[in-house]
Design a protein around this ligand. Structure first.
Ligand SMILES: Cc1cc2nc3c(=O)[nH]c(=O)nc-3n(C[C@H](O)[C@H](O)[C@H](O)COP(=O)(O)OP(=O)(O)OC[C@H]3O[C@@H](n4cnc5c(N)ncnc54)[C@H](O)[C@@H]3O)c2cc1C
Length: 285
């Protein structure tokens, strides 16, 4: 059973932002987290503001080397987009592993980010892309790196009434490779045990830029910066890749839970970082 609430379906963004200023109002996108939480009594909003009529928040475009997607873009939209296929292959892989078809059709990118789960599958690939989030409210807009968005378990820097309107990133060069792996207890419809996204840019036989983003092994998704530093500027060897994998595993702060032990998760980070960096380097070499 739901607690009583008012439902608004504003037709333009300004109207939605004006309602979201009111106390107890919460945005509804695909509803695949919020409705579940409301039914379970974990969330009891007084006012639900559906974003379903705001076409302005949905879509994918590329211009002047920059890719921009609207917050209400769905996981299925990602899978159908040639722009995403070309500029964000790790994001495509995470979208492929995401839930089942029905949830993918309605779950949105901003909803995945805003739910704040460390196991949110779209987030590690967005970290590896150095994505930026545009936050809008009735008071104005600001753009922040996704990395500075999360400040703790299910805690972020959003101010009351702020929406994630866009997510954007620089289209990677042709000498780059990005990969994602979701380790879970079964293939479909499973919560991630370890999520790893890596990205490498190579220039003249050396790794110019490395990103190693880890999900489900700390209170928030995070970048394993020590691992990245071991790789950047280097011609990669199995020994360097092993050191980076060890550094990533050391940086993880996993917990024991019903899906896996902390030790298994740490081992998963080590194995997956080593495997994905090795595969990315091989593709680029
Ligand atoms: C059966 C099932 C399977 C699932 N499988 C996966 C999976 O494999 N991987 C995974 O990562 N997740 C999974 N999920 C969780 C969920 O589908 C995702 O987190 C999804 O992306 C949430 O998006 P949504 O649009 O449904 O968000 P909603 O439920 O509408 O909203 C979630 C939260 O985000 C806020 N919000 C929504 N849009 C915005 C916005 N534009 N700006 C600011 N805040 C906003 C809402 O107010 C709410 O607090 C699953 C859920 C279910 C029910």
């Amino acid at each position: 059973m739901y607690a009583t609430f008012d439902l608004d379906r504003p037709g333009d963004l300004a109207a939605a932002l004006a309602i979201l200023r009111t106390k107890g109002a919460v945005a509804l996108a695909g509803g695949t987290n919020l409705i579940v939480d409301m039914r379970a009594g974990r969330e009891r909003p007084q006012r639900v503001v559906s974003l379903d009529k705001l076409g302005v928040l949905r879509g994918i475009r590329q211009a002047r080397g920059q890719v921009t997607i609207g917050g209400r873009t769905t996981v299925t939209d990602l899978l159908l987009s040639p722009v995403i296929a070309k500029t964000a292959p790790a994001l495509v892989e995470s979208a492929r592993q995401f839930a089942g078809q029905m949830v993918r059709n309605t779950a949105t990118v901003a909803g995945n980010i805003a739910c704040g789960s460390p196991a949110a599958d779209l987030v590690p690939p967005l970290f590896a892309l150095d994505a930026r989030l545009t936050l809008v409210s009735a008071r104005g807009r600001r753009t922040v790196p996704i990395e500075s968005f999360f400040i703790g378990y299910k805690k972020d820097i959003r101010r009351p009434g702020e929406l994630i309107s866009r997510i954007s990133w620089k289209a990677p060069s042709s000498r780059s490779c990005a990969l994602f792996y979701k380790l879970a207890r079964r293939k479909g419809d499973a919560i991630t045990v370890v999520g790893v996204a890596v990205a490498l840019d190579v220039e003249r036989g050396r790794c110019r830029r490395a990103r190693v983003a880890l999900g489900a092994v700390a209170p928030t998704v995070f970048r394993a910066r020590e691992a990245e530093a071991i790789l950047e500027g280097q011609t990669l060897t199995p020994e360097l890749i092993e050191s980076a994998a060890e550094a990533a595993a050391a940086a993880a702060r996993p917990i024991d839970d019903i899906r896996a032990s902390a030790a298994y998760r740490r081992h998963g980070v080590h194995a997956l970082v080593r495997r994905l960096i090795g595969q990315a380097w091989e593709k680029l070499a």
